[in-house]
Design a protein around this ligand. Structure first.
Ligand SMILES: C[S@@+](CC[C@H](N)C(=O)[O-])C[C@H]1O[C@@H](n2cnc3c(N)ncnc32)[C@H](O)[C@@H]1O
Length: 183
């Protein structure tokens, strides 16, 4: 069972084992965060995951922007960041410690149950996307949305592609992308 990063951990802290590295740490810049936020069209009832959340910046952006865009309905958006590298998981936990809507899990994405996910953000390399493809397909089949920054999800055509002036791309996937039985 993954640990919340802000809970005390034993001396035998979670260690990354094997070949499950889905991407190196490379944080999204603000224009990518804005594009992904726009693409996902989040509502307060969503449960948003960032798979490989780094220092938690996208979840912080999403949580604060949803609150300010709908002040009359205080954000109950739940955000879950999954990060296996302890340095970044701890950084994300510290940065979000005063935001009750964000939980940071120090865990391997491939081991995490995410049955409650309605929206997912990923910034992973193509091989990493391939490795967690089944999880992403499950979210889509249940009616969720996935926004992928920079790289495409294997075997799927996005419903929409959002581009910034600087050329960065966020591809949006929804249930229609898996309707034809791909994967
Ligand atoms: C390209 S960075 C994206 C960081 C963050 N999502 C953002 O937008 O700024 C990818 C992150 O995924 C993490 N990561 C890679 N493989 C992982 C795995 N199997 N489980 C959890 N996190 C992983 C890396 O440590 C890194 O922080």
């Amino acid at each position: 069972m993954p640990e919340a990063a802000n809970q005390a951990e034993s001396a035998d802290d979670f260690r990354f084992v094997g070949d499950d590295k889905l991407a190196p740490f490379n944080p999204t810049d603000i224009s990518a965060q804005k594009l992904a936020f726009e693409a996902l069209k989040l509502s307060p009832s969503d449960v948003l995951y960032d798979l490989g959340c780094g220092d938690g910046r996208f979840l912080i952006h999403a949580s604060s922007n949803l609150s300010s865009s709908s002040p009359s309905s205080p954000s109950s958006l739940r955000c879950i960041g999954v990060e296996y590298d302890k340095v970044y998981a701890d950084r994300a936990a510290l940065a979000t410690e005063n935001n009750e809507s964000i939980t940071i899990l120090h865990a391997n994405v491939l081991d995490v149950e995410m049955d409650d996910a309605t929206a997912v953000f990923v910034y992973l390399v193509p091989d990493g996307l391939k490795m967690c493809k089944d999880k992403l397909f499950d979210v889509l089949r249940r009616g969720g949305r996935v926004a992928s920054y920079m790289f495409s999800i294997p075997e799927l055509n996005p419903v929409e592609t959002f581009s910034s002036k600087g050329g960065c791309k966020v591809r949006l996937y929804d249930s229609s992308c898996v309707a034809s039985g791909v994967g």
